[in-house]
Structure formats: structure tokens, C-alpha cells
Design a protein around this ligand. Structure first.
Ligand code: 5AD
Ligand code: SF4
Length: 464
């Protein structure tokens, strides 16, 4: 009988990708994915370490799984519990010590070894007398191997992802922004070769995906090997991918995330005006608008550099919708620095954005800086920034009222008969229509534009 695998994914889209790949690795061992945690034989908690709040979630969630395991064992069964992702990578030792009922702790670069690690966990269980871990603690696999895990992942996609597929093309980060754990949890920058990416795109399309998001912590730093042996840039990869699938999948949509301003070269900017399938949306975080803060963050660019890039992007693609990330209360940030963040937001004009209060992360240089900003001040700034960003996203969404946007429907809404899709600008679009199905890609007349979403009606039944 097939064993059931439940995966709980926290954090970014890369974690969503990794979770899907872990399921692919386990499929040949007879594990089939389940959405109901209660009948799972194995549970993977795929974790995020980016801010303190995200990391804390793991330990509270584990309490629940410990009880589940105890109950299963009392009935003579068991549940294998694995913790994966960035908390596993950063706090693996602590996890095995603090939570001995966890069978496996798997870092971000080790999950291709799941079959072997599972076999070892199984053996430890058999050896132990008086409990699953009488022979010791859970198994810790957090080393960074010399070879990329991508060379060892299976070709087969075990579960169709739905209308939108994620494809990791790059991983890791060498930028070392002083607030960020990613260079430590994901390791050095690595770019997959172009041919491996093309093959994976083909496999995703065979499952029926209609949009592919190319992923990387520094996706626009991708410089993978081309079939000719030379290093390609992301602009070139996008052109090749688009051309390659233009005939067979003329309506396929492409996106890429997340980008760093320093890697936004002219060829990539030009691609936004030239590659038909590339969506007019870009997530380009700046984090702060003051040059002093950007310097303390080790971002390697000034506010003005960012604004020039945005200007060039809009010259290439006038309707480009811009998105960003911001941090308030980075150590040393003054009221005047923060005012410059607001000013930058006014100039750049965002369609959407994420903003966070600075969270000092252990092991990062930022956590050691003097002049940590009091929490109340960071909070106040966050609220002021969010009010401005909300105004901008609402204005952007309201300006779409009356327009017909192309919407790919991805998931059910809360109301019966309601589905939620994404426009080309990445807005969430709500439509209630009994004839609508997930995977429909239709023109929608926008009736209402709000702070975080749009509402509309199907304009025509057939594709535009
Ligand atoms: N504190 C607050 N926000 C952070 N981010 C990354 N590290 C931190 C931190 N220590 C934010 C950045 C990044 C996004 C993914 O998370 O804005 O772009
Ligand atoms: Fe973190 Fe900066 Fe690297 Fe982005 S570029 S992953 S924010 S260190």
C-alpha cells in the first residue's frame, strides 16, 4: 500500500519548489502526497529562517507533531518526522538536541539524499530498544556537498503542480546583505546549466502548466552554462526559453524572482520589451531609500542607481508593474533616513510590495551593529510605510477598473463558485462564475480594484 506523505511548506517560493522536489525524490519509495496530515506516514516541515517569527513557528508546530507521533506509537504504528529547509540548515544541531523525536533534519542542499537518510532512520529505530530514538537522536544532514543536489534529483515530476510551475534555475547568494541569513542557509551562488533548465521546463509543460516562474535567491545573477559551453545571462535564457516554446505553447507566461538591482543588466532590461511571454511585472527589492542605510546593509548600490534601473525598465516596458521588499528599523536608521525610504517609494511607484520590521538574525553582521532601533520606532515606521504602499497598490488596482486583463485561474476562492487567478501584473483577481475551472486562462473585465485584489467578470469565453 502506498505510504502517505504530508508536507507543510513555510516561506518563499523556493521552498514550494523544494517541497515538490522532495515529493519527487520520495515517490519511487512508494510515498504519495496527502493533504490530510492526520493519516500521514511521514511528515516534512519545510521551514523558513528569514525572520525570527518565521523560525519560531517550527518549534511550536513540532509540539503538535510530537503528540501525533506518540499517539501513533501507542497504537503500534509510527510517523516519520522530518524538518527541512532553512531552519534545519541554520539550527540543525539545536533541533536534534531539543526535539529528539524528530527523525530527520535535512538541510537545503541534502534532500536528494532522503532515501538513504530514511533507511538510516529506519535502522536506528530497529536497533533502539524502548523507543524510536533509544539509539540516539534524529539524523542530521546539513552539510553542503561538493556536487550540486540538482545533479541528483529525479527527472520525473511526481505530482502535477497545477497551472503555475516553479523552476529553480539558481540558488544561494554571495551578496551578504548584513541583515540576511540566506548566504548562510542556502550557501554560495550556483547556476544550473541552460539545458537542464530547458528539459525541466519541458517536463513542467507536459504536466499542463501555463505559467513558469524561474526561481533563485538571486535569480538575475544566473550565469549558467549554455549548450555552447559559455556562460549565459538571464536575458539570453529568457529569449531562448520563449523562442523555444513559442510555437508549441504560444500563450505560456514567464516570470522570474527574486532579483537584485546590481544584477539588472541592460540585456535583461531590454528583454522586458522584447520577450513576448515575459510578464510585465518585476519584483525588485531595494530594502531602504537612504544611501547610508543601503551602505550599512552592504547592498552595493545607491537609491539613485535603483531609480535609474526602474526608469530604464519602464522605457523598455511602459506598463511594467513594480514590486519590492522593504525593511524598517535597520540599525542606525534615523528619521531622516526613513523619510528617504518614503521618498523613494513615491518616486518608484509600486504596484505591490512587502515590508518588514528589521529582525536581528543570529550570525549576521547586522545583529552585531550598534544603534539597534527600538521596536516601537521600527513599528511606527513600518505602519507609515505600509500606509503609503497600500495607497499605491490601491491606486494601481483602481486604475485597472474597466480594463480587460488576462487571468490564469489558480485556486478556489472562499465563496462557492468563486476562483482566484493572477493577472499579467500579478494581481489576485476574484471571479464568481459557475462555468469557471482551475487552469482556465481568460480575459476578465475588471469591475473593482482594491488594496490587495481585483474583482471582475469573464469578458469572453475564449482566449484573447
Ligand atoms: N529582517 C527583516 N526582514 C528581512 N528580510 C530578509 N532578512 C530580514 C531581516 N533580518 C526581508 C528582505 C528580503 C525579504 C525576503 O525578507 O526584505 O528581501
Ligand atoms: Fe539576502 Fe541580500 Fe542575498 Fe537577497 S541579495 S538573499 S537579501 S543577502
Amino acid at each position: 500500500m502506498a505510504k502517505k506523505l504530508f508536507i507543510k511548506t513555510h516561506g518563499c517560493q523556493m521552498n514550494v519548489y523544494d517541497s515538490a522536489r522532495m515529493a519527487d525524490v520520495l515517490a519511487p519509495l512508494g510515498y504519495a502526497k496527502t493533504e490530510t496530515p492526520d493519516d500521514a506516514d511521514m511528515v516534512i516541515i519545510n521551514t523558513c529562517h528569514i525572520r525570527e517569527k518565521a523560525a519560531e513557528k517550527v518549534f511550536s508546530e513540532l509540539g503538535h507533531w510530537r503528540i501525533r507521533k506518540q499517539t501513533a506509537q501507542a497504537r503500534g504504528g509510527d510517523v516519520t518526522i522530518a524538518v527541512a529547509g532553512c531552519v534545519a540548515q541554520a539550527e540543525g544541531e539545536e533541533l536534534v538536541n531539543r526535539a529528539p523525536f524528530v527523525d530527520l533534519v535535512i538541510g537545503s542542499q541534502a534532500y536528494h539524499r532522503l532515501p538513504e537518510l530514511l533507511a538510516r532512520a529506519e535502522r536506528a529505530r530497529v536497533k533502539g530498544s524502548g523507543g524510536p530514538h533509544a539509539a540516539g537522536q534524529g539524523i542530521l544532514a546539513t552539510e553542503f556537498p561538493a556536487e550540486s543536489k540538482f545533479d541528483h534529483l529525479p527527472d520525473e515530476i511526481s505530482t502535477a503542480p497545477g497551472p503555475v510551475g516553479y523552476l529553480a534555475i539558481q540558488e544561494g547568494c554571495d551578496k551578504f546583505c548584513t541583515f540576511c541569513v540566506v548566504p548562510y542557509t542556502r550557501g554560495a551562488e550556483y547556476s544550473r546549466p541552460a539545458e537542464a533548465i530547458i528539459r525541466e521546463a519541458e517536463r513542467l509543460m507536459a504536466t499542463g502548466v501555463q505559467e513558469i516562474a524561474l526561481l533563485g535567491q538571486n535569480v538575475n545573477a544566473w550565469h549558467g552554462e549554455g549548450p555552447d559551453g559559455s556562460a549565459w545571462s538571464l536575458g539570453r535564457l529568457l529569449r531562448v526559453l520563449n523562442d523555444r516554446f513559442a510555437q508549441s505553447h504560444p500563450r505560456l507566461r514567464w516570470r522570474y524572482t527574486t532579483s537584485h538591482p546590481r544584477e539588472m543588466d541592460d540585456d535583461l532590461i531590454a528583454a522586458h520589451g522584447e520577450v513576448a511571454g515575459l510578464m510585465p511585472f518585476l519584483h525588485l527589492p531595494i530594502q531602504a531609500g537612504s544611501d547610508a542605510v543601503l551602505k550599512a546593509m552592504n547592498r552595493g548600490h545607491r537609491a539613485e542607481d535603483y531609480l535609474r534601473i526602474v526608469e530604464k525598465l519602464r522605457a523598455a516596458r511602459p506598463d511594467l508593474a513594480l514590486s519590492g521588499d522593504f525593511i524598517t528599523g535597520f540599525p542606525g536608521e534615523t528619521d531622516a533616513d526613513f523619510e528617504q525610504t518614503l521618498q523613494l517609494v513615491r518616486e518608484a511607484r509600486y504596484a505591490a510590495a512587502y515590508s518588514f520590521k528589521y529582525s536581528a538574525r543570529p550570525g549576521t553582521p547586522g545583529s552585531l551593529l550598534p544603534k539597534q532601533v527600538p521596536d516601537a520606532v521600527s513599528t511606527e515606521r513600518l505602519h507609515a510605510l505600509q500606509a503609503l504602499l497600500q495607497q499605491q497598490s490601491e491606486a494601481f488596482n483602481r486604475a485597472c477598473e474597466g480594463r480587460v486583463l488576462d487571468v490564469l485561474f489558480e485556486r478556489p476562492g472562499r465563496q462557492p463558485g468563486q476562483l482566484i487567478g493572477r493577472s499579467q501584473y500579478m494581481q489576485a483577481v476574484y471571479v464568481s462564475d459557475p462555468g469557471l475551472r482551475i487552469g482556465d486562462f481568460l480575459p476578465v473585465t475588471i469591475a473593482g480594484g482594491y488594496a490587495n485584489s481585483l474583482a471582475g467578470e469573464i469578458a469572453r469565453r475564449e482566449a484573447a
